[in-house]
Write a protein that binds this ligand. Structure first.
Ligand code: XBP
Ligand code: MG
Length: 249
């Protein structure tokens, strides 16, 4: 029986990467007098690595071989990431980023039906709380029985660890849940934990490999603005009836 829906955050609940996390990183780099600037295209390449601190290290390793690391580079990464989190959560508080189509509608329907909701993400916990508060509802974080986020597990997505941690907290097996993801790293994590997974793509992830997904969609769809399925010819709205059909297939 389907008991819980587990949602990734970045790219899935909201399109946060291009116009949220990316400019927040750039603002933090400016705060620290660094000449690092991540444009939209470069950021797409950097998304290969999940986790903001890990992404900054990857950038230096891969794209800034000219950069001479100070002795306290590890501390600098932590400080930059804290500054980035402050910029990002402030942007959310200013009403910056809406939920993706169909997200609120599906959350409302799932809650009314008594399904358990969870968040499973590599992003920092403050970012999740801020998004849910400002883009969903003041009490939004309390809609979720578990918020699995950030450094709770050392191995971030694509490792399955964060999903396994959330399942353990919920006391549920993977066979009673559905996961929602938007990226290759995300679905590798959810499938690795044994979860059936629905994918909603975005501009950065459209061409990712989503083998193993139960459905690959443009978005969750709204009345009058249905989703397009990318893995077969179909359009519609993701509601609980449709989820049950995919879950049982
Ligand atoms: C999200 C991430 C995060 C965010 C930035 O991936 O990779 O790193 O980009 O958040 P997913 P932090 O959607 O697969 O969970 O800077 O807080 O890490
Ligand atoms: Mg994501």
């Amino acid at each position: 029986m389907l008991k819980a829906l587990l949602f990734d955050v970045d790219g899935t609940l909201a399109d946060t990467e291009r116009d949220g996390h990316r400019p927040a990183f750039n603002a933090a780099f400016r705060d620290y007098g660094l000449d690092w600037d991540w444009d939209v295209e470069l950021y797409g390449k950097l998304l290969a690595v999940t986790g903001g601190k890990e992404r900054m290290r990857y950038y230096v390793d891969r794209f800034r071989t000219d950069y001479v690391r100070p002795a306290d580079f590890d501390d600098l990464v932590v400080a930059l990431h804290q500054a980035k989190t402050r910029h990002y959560t402030r942007m959310l508080a200013e009403g910056g980023i809406p939920l993706r189509p169909g997200v609120r509608r599906l959350l409302d329907e799932a809650r009314a039906a008594g399904l358990i909701l969870g968040v499973v993400t590599t992003t920092t916990p403050e970012n999740v709380t801020a998004l849910l508060r400002h883009s969903l509802a003041e009490g939004g974080p309390e809609w979720f029985a578990v918020i699995a986020a950030g450094d709770i597990v050392p191995a971030k997505k694509p490792a399955p660890d964060i999903y396994l941690w959330a399942l353990e907290k919920l006391g549920l097996g993977p066979d009673s849940c559905l996961a929602f993801e938007d990226s290759k790293n995300g679905i590798r994590s959810s499938l690795g934990a044994g979860l059936k997974t629905v994918v909603t793509v975005n501009d950065y992830t459209r061409d990712d490999d989503f083998s193993g997904a139960v459905a690959v969609l443009s978005d969750l769809g709204e009345p009058g603005a249905p989703y397009r399925r990318l893995d077969c010819e179909e359009a519609g709205i993701v509601d609980l009836e449709r989820l049950q059909a995919w879950y049982q297939a």
